[in-house]
Ligand binder design. Structure first.
Ligand code: KG4
Ligand code: ZN
Length: 349
């Protein structure tokens, strides 16, 4: 079975072909980062228009790289949500058009299910059950994954997501969009321990996150520095970045340890854009080793948004017999816990 996956939930156009037995045949990504940079963040209308321009040529290039034609496909998967509604519509309409034209089964995939299954594309793949830490620009969640489609939300963010906190703090430090990777690079040049930043919600029990207070604490530190010494020089900015990153990483590690202890599960999967963070990976490796647990990641290019994770999650559901019988409306907001294990559509009346 060969499945084409289409991802257009935000500012990356991603396309891939997954085949059972062979794995990924090809994947292509077009990032709109340069388009949005001058605005300091994603402009939804520009994102939709750019997906329209780039998606069809990218599908063509991806099929060519995979060495197949549209008629060789057995199904089409697209990101149904969550995400920007206009951007989602482009992927959904393109996928539905191709599926209708070729009489192929269609499946709408939950973007975060794509992220949390992405580590299964790697060797060795984690077995179920596992705890997933999903840390992206829009999400900071801990999820107990019992099997495909059976997800129990253990903790969620009460305000900013981890990636959002990275992006907003980066902006505060004058770094270009997207801030996460730039802040991580600056942090590498900094010395720790200069600023006393909070580890939000780690003293109380529970697995929820809150990152907006941390961002405010950074703002206060920046204001105090500027009042005392004038504009921030490079080394002070690097020190702030370092202490901020350490605070986020330590907070995430504490919650992951708690989630493993609470569930008794010994496998941790980390996915979403922030899982590309090197310092987070080092700290989670230490923690899981001390707990006798294992940690799994997607390869770096599949940590951030991509078509491969959508092709793969769609393949798993299509292979189990699930398919859409009509085009469904996109779900800009779509709680992960609403998902269910795949249902064989042939058994439905
Ligand atoms: O999963 P993703 O590509 O898109 C969403 O679904 O949101 O995640 C993007 C987020 C952005 O907030 C970005 O700043 C952050 O992931 N990010 C990082 C790193 N690379 C990407 N944050 C910290 N360190 C990184 N190395
Ligand atoms: Zn994402």
């Amino acid at each position: 079975m060969k499945v084409l996956g289409i991802e257009t939930s935000c500012d990356e156009t991603g396309v891939a072909v997954y085949a059972d037995g062979a794995g990924l045949l090809a994947h292509k990504l077009y990032s709109q980062v340069r388009l949005h940079r001058e605005f300091g963040g994603v402009v939804p209308e520009l994102a939709s228009r750019d997906h329209i321009r780039k998606l069809t040529p990218l599908v063509r290039a991806c099929l060519q790289e995979a060495g197949i034609r549209l008629d060789d496909l057995d199904g089409i998967a697209y990101t149904r949500g969550p995400g920007l509604v206009g951007a989602l519509l482009v992927g959904a309409a393109t996928a539905a058009g191709l599926a209708f034209a070729r009489g192929l089964p269609l499946i709408g995939v939950h973007h975060m299910e794509g992220h949390l299954l992405a580590p299964l594309l790697e060797e060795p793949a984690p077995e179920f059950p596992f705890v997933a830490l999903l840390v992206s620009g829009g999400h900071s969640q801990l999820v107990a994954v019992e099997e495909l489609g059976r997800y129990q939300l253990l903790g969620d963010t009460l305000d900013d997501a981890a990636g959002e906190a990275f992006d907003k703090t980066a902006k505060l430090l004058g770094l270009p969009y997207p801030g996460g990777p730039a802040l991580a690079r600056l942090a590498d040049a900094g010395q720790p321990g200069h600023y006393d930043l909070p580890r939000p919600m780690t003293r109380k029990p529970g697995l929820d996150f809150s990152f907006s207070g941390l961002k405010t604490a950074v703002l206060t530190a920046v204001n105090q520095e500027e009042a005392g010494h004038g504009a921030l020089d490079e080394s002070r900015r690097a020190n702030i970045a370092r202490d901020f990153q350490d605070a986020v990483v330590e907070t995430l590690v504490i919650k992951c340890r708690r989630a493993l202890e609470q569930t008794g599960i010994t496998r941790l999967v980390v996915a979403g854009g922030v899982s590309a963070n090197r310092r987070l990976r080092e700290a989670l490796a230490e923690m899981t080793a001390a707990q006798g647990a294992e940690v799994y990641y997607p390869r770096p290019e599949f940590c951030t948004d991509n078509g491969a994770m959508i092709a793969f999650a769609g393949y798993l559901r299509l292979a189990a017999g699930e398919r859409e019988t009509r085009m469904r409306r996109p779900r800009p907001r779509w709680p992960l816990e609403e998902l269910r294990p795949p249902v064989d559509s042939a058994t439905l009346v």
